[in-house]
Each structure stands twice: as C-alpha cells, then as structure tokens.
Design a protein. Structure first.
Length: 327
C-alpha cells in the first residue's frame, strides 16, 4: 500500500526557454491544483515573474545571481538553494535537459513537460503532454529512477534518456522541430545544420581493464540505459540483445548522423545505416575519446577530448502518476 503524498511545501523550477516558452497562467494553474501551503521559487524569469500581481504570503522567491546565459547554471544554483530547505517536492517546468539539471535535488521531483521533445523518464505521467486533471497529489507515488552519470574533467552531469556525441541536437526554430548545430547552441545561437562525421574511440572499462573497444568514424555515439522499449524490436539490433541479456546500459555507434527528418531521397543516399553496439553494466564505465560536442538529454555541454559515463541505480526520486484501475 503506497503512502499518501504530502505536497505542503514545494520548490519551483522554471525554464522559460524550454520548447516554445511557458505561460504564467499554466504555472499558476498547476500550483493551484497542488494547493501547497508554501512555495519557494527563483527570481525573475525562472520563477518570480510568473506570480507578479499575485499578493499571497505563501510565495517566497530566493535571491540568485542569474547568468541568463547558461540556463543549466541557473537551475543548478536554485536546486542547491532548495536542497537546504525542508520541502516535500520540487515542481519542474521544462524539457528533458531541465529535468536532468534539477536531478541533483535531494527532494522528489514532479516534472511537468514543457520542452521540445519531452521523452525523459522523469516526467510524472510518462507522456509528451499532460492535462491539469492529472495533477492530483492523491494519485502520485514516489519512484526511484536509474540514470547515467557523465564525468567531464572535474564536472559531473546526470542523464536519464541518453548521452550523445555528435554535431547536432534536436531543437526548434520558429516553432519547427529541426536539427541545430550543437556548438552554436552553446553560444546561444540556433543554426539549422546537418550532422558531420567525426573520429572517436569508445572503451568499456572495469577498473584498469579495457573489456571491449571500438574506434572509427561515426555519425553519432549514443549511450543509454537498456529497457523494455527495445524488446521485440529487431530494428533496435544490439540494444535489444543487450536488454535480453540483462545489461544495464548500451553504447550505440552509428555510421551516419541521425537527424530528425530525412526525405526518401536523402535516406536512400546514406543507406544502409550501420549501428555497432557495446554493452556495459553496473561497476563498469564507458570511456569516449573524441573531438566533438557531447550532449546529455538533448542539452549540449561542451566539445570533449574524453568523457566517462557510468550507470547508477536509483539516481533520483520522482513523483509518478498512479494509474487508475478500471473495473
């Protein structure tokens, strides 16, 4: 029997740039559905701006020195402040990257999808969209979600969908989903682009021992957790086999860059697609040596020389929607 979720004191994380942007009315409606006693949010456009004109003592906005350039930095700063408070949960409005940024929280996350793709397993209803009627604390349960930890030099990042090496990411330009140049995105510029190929070496290591390795020229390198979405799908190739074998995660190296939309002619010009996979498990690491941009959960981080990725069980706690039993 699951315990009743209490949501009396909550934190608030807002990424105003996620997807096509977010309206104050939506945030207010979600908060009203939760009906907390106290809400702690960030300043200006990451919180306070959405409640201007609302005179209510239950709102408390934390002072931060916003970068307004690197939204991840602002989210991480705010979560670290919220971690020092006695909260029941943190409500996150954003896309997959925002949710991953917020996953350093010591409090459970209630993740509301407002991003471009919205495929993170952290989303409360496992859907790309939601209805206000689903926001019901009586229907929430706390679940632990496994993830990946990406190490770049002395910095660590959590990922729950995938870690990707490649020159493009999926974003929106004028409301249209498209591939944009990842390095330009880091400089706050969205430039539609096609993926370029790059050279890389990928190793699976346990301690000082290299268990498996592959090197060559690739279009993308994907590192993701295995899961049921691969089972029974022959097109998933090695990823499905890794899932059946019981591995926790897999690396997939593609010979062509995977872009959002190919025309028939473009697809035939690059076929056949070839994917080479390497499995890894708890206690093992993926080491990637390359000179290309690395992203996690759709958000580019930097151009790398080397990176390490490992699987972590129960990386974050989230609130999930308990489905109604029909009878």
């Amino acid at each position: 029997m699951s315990r009743l979720i209490k949501l009396e004191r909550i934190g608030l994380i807002v990424n105003p740039k996620a997807g096509k942007g977010i309206e104050a009315e939506l945030i207010r409606k979600v908060i009203n559905r939760i009906s907390p006693i106290k809400v702690f949010g960030g300043p200006e456009e990451i919180g306070e701006i959405y409640f201007r004109g609302v005179e209510d003592s239950k709102y408390d906005f934390i002072e931060l020195e916003l970068t307004l350039r690197e939204k991840a930095d602002d989210t991480v700063q705010l979560v670290k402040k919220l971690n020092k408070l006695d909260l029941d949960a943190i409500v996150v409005f954003g896309g997959d990257g925002t949710m991953s940024d917020a996953s350093i929280s010591k409090h459970p996350l209630l993740c509301i999808p407002t991003g471009t793709t919205n495929v993170s397993p952290l989303i409360f209803n496992d859907s790309t969209s939601f209805s206000l009627q689903e926001i019901d604390p009586k229907r929430f349960v706390v679940k632990e979600i496994d993830g990946l930890i990406l190490k770049l030099e002395d910095s660590y990042f959590n990922a729950f969908n995938d870690v990707v090496v490649g020159s493009t990411i999926l974003s929106t330009i004028d409301g249209k989903k498209t591939q944009v140049d990842a390095e330009s995105f880091l400089e706050r510029r969205k430039i539609e682009s096609r993926p370029r190929k790059f050279y890389a070496r990928v190793e699976i290591v346990r301690g000082d021992e290299v268990l498996k390795s592959i090197e060559g020229t690739f279009g993308n390198i994907f590192v993701s957790l295995t899961g049921e979405r691969y089972l029974g799908k022959g097109i998933a190739g090695g990823a499905a086999i890794s899932t059946f074998a019981g591995f926790k995660a897999v690396v997939a190296c593609t010979n062509e860059g995977m872009i959002y939309r190919y025309s028939k002619e473009e697809l035939r010009s690059v076929e056949p697609f070839v994917t080479t996979s390497l499995s890894f498990d708890e206690g093992e690491k993926v080491r990637i040596l390359s000179d290309e941009v690395i992203s996690r959960d759709g958000t580019p981080i930097k151009r790398i020389k080397n990176a390490e990725i490992e699987y972590k069980k129960g990386l974050v706690k989230v609130l999930k929607l308990k489905r109604k039993i029909l009878g």
